[in-house]
Design a binder for this molecule. Sequence first.
Ligand SMILES: NC(=O)c1ccc[n+]([C@@H]2O[C@H](COP(=O)([O-])OP(=O)(O)OC[C@H]3O[C@@H](n4cnc5c(N)ncnc54)[C@H](OP(=O)(O)O)[C@@H]3O)[C@@H](O)[C@H]2O)c1
Length: 623
Amino acid sequence: MIVVVVMLNMTFRPQTFPPYWFGGVTVVDSGNSNFKKGDLVWGGTGWEEYSIINDPQFLFKIQDTDVPLSYYTGILGMPGMTAYYGLYKICAPKKGEYVFVSAASGAVGQLVGQFAKLTGCYVVGSAGTKEKVDLLKNKFGFDEAFNYKEEQDLDAALKKYFPEGIDIYFENVGGKMLEDVLLNMRENGRISVCGLISQYNLVEEEGVKNLFCVVTKRLLLKGFIISDHFNLYPKYLEMVMPLIKEGNICYIEDIVEGLENAPVALIGLFSGKNVGKQVVAQMEDVRNQQVVLKDYVNGFPKESDMLLKTSTVPLKLPQSSNAVLVKNLYLSCDPYMRGRMSKNEGSYIGSFTPGSPIAGYGVSKVVDSGNSNFKKGELVWGGTGWEEYSITAPETLFKIQHTDVPLSYYTGILGMPGMTAYYGFYEICAPKKGEYVFVSAASGAVGQLVGQFAKLTGCHVVGTAGSKEKVELLKTKFGFDDAFNYKEEQNLDAALKRYFPEGIDIYFENVGGKMLEAVLLNMRVNGRISACGMISQYNLNEEEGVRNLSCIVMKRLQMKGFIISDHYDLYPKYIEMVIPLIKEGKICYIEDVAEGIESAPAALVGIFSGKNVGKQVVVVARE
Ligand SMILES: NC(=O)c1ccc[n+]([C@@H]2O[C@H](COP(=O)([O-])OP(=O)(O)OC[C@H]3O[C@@H](n4cnc5c(N)ncnc54)[C@H](OP(=O)(O)O)[C@@H]3O)[C@@H](O)[C@H]2O)c1
């Protein structure tokens, strides 16, 4: 296994290809008694498949392999040491101090922020996209973060985030940022000058003003080159390894595969394309983290019913295969998956196998294909495993044609739940303008769309959901005419009578049980019920009985169940309808995004207690 790392701030001499910098490698042969064939090492290597390393002074043996190997290009390698030395040794942070980190979502910055939080500091980071700013706050636990590209006046932004000033600045970018940070430093502040990436591509360095603050505020500015301090590596490992294993620190990597993609990955660093540590993996086998079902589930599923297992997978299909090997980008948490977690013979869909990864819908990129309909590099959505890489059956996959919408939408509005709302509402209920429509689980993946489709048809729409926040969303974001929190209603029949004094023409049924019982009493003659799902029953060992079915007869109701996978022939028609609605802003879609495959079990379990606000998605990797 060869891992090559993309690094910053390296001056490569023209014509001396390959560039030479840090990576993780396997020793193939050794003339040095410290290294043996088969040893895993990290350190200086060439950007090539095999390298001869004449001077192994910068090669470190990898002792601990129960962490991702690629971490030795980041948190367990040079950038990790950089964050450690630059923050602890140069800045000597104290609890309660104010810390600012630039390029904060990068290989070094994400660690500096987390180390500072562990020290008890108040930490603010800056990064160049909304997505990165969200990561800083939600994943790395920064107290605040901002997008420096959106700030007209960096000085004013820093004053807003640090009204008391900055004690420690971890300098990764230089230029204008440094100029404004200097204005905001407190007396006796420390600046760890780690890098000045904003200057690396300029023919002539920009001048930085405000340096006089160094004098007046008695600041310390200290530059360093981390390779001077590798003697501290064992001490750093001793500190950081338990933090990783106990989940007290996390590390985000942006992994591209194939040495042929290394130049693009390297260049991407300078325009901020990378989200997290940029790594180039040149491998036969790659790590494959998987969400495995431990055993069949009884009652409500728990996070502990699943475990995260690390295995490896070859990135090439066998010659004779007609399957498709994909890299999973987004996984979809769907209620029907609960049924597959139990032993259920005779169901429309099979059970998961205990000890194996669970499966569902996802958005993926084709890595290798034995099927002529799919080519390497194409984006697809459809059936896939809950793991980083899956071998999938081509008949479950749809090609993604429109990429100028968020890719994650293909787990929701542009995927299975979208089709469900479309088919269940239009094809089953045949809605007419002016009709009264009721939607349960209305803020979920399907419900939010049904309500909006019904509004576009000119219906009067009321939704129900399980929290105040969701009820607000229904009314203010999705344009429902009214909404209520079913958990706050003692008497659902009375609530429905309040919201539908004239009765209900169309009920989009997502929950079943007591709700259905009350709805039946409030349906109008010739009403239609689209029986899409009954989530209130999925975790019961025995289904509840539903009363008031006689209303179906008396009121000549039609109740029609469906399984959306029977109707995918309509997908192109649906896409034709919905893409313009999205692009023209006539429909919106709310997602609840969980970051990282490790967060998948909690995200899945959460939908059964209504934790999700909108479509629950898990990001495994970003494109
Ligand atoms: N027939 C098909 O082919 C098909 C396809 C897709 C989905 N479905 C069904 O459609 C329904 C909605 O799916 P979705 O993907 O939109 O769901 P979702 O986004 O995952 O949301 C599920 C929501 O259901 C609500 N819920 C959970 N337990 C409940 C209970 N005991 N009583 C009432 N509400 C409960 C929760 O919101 P609250 O806060 O509002 O409680 C939860 O957030 C499900 O029943 C699903 O099985 C069917």
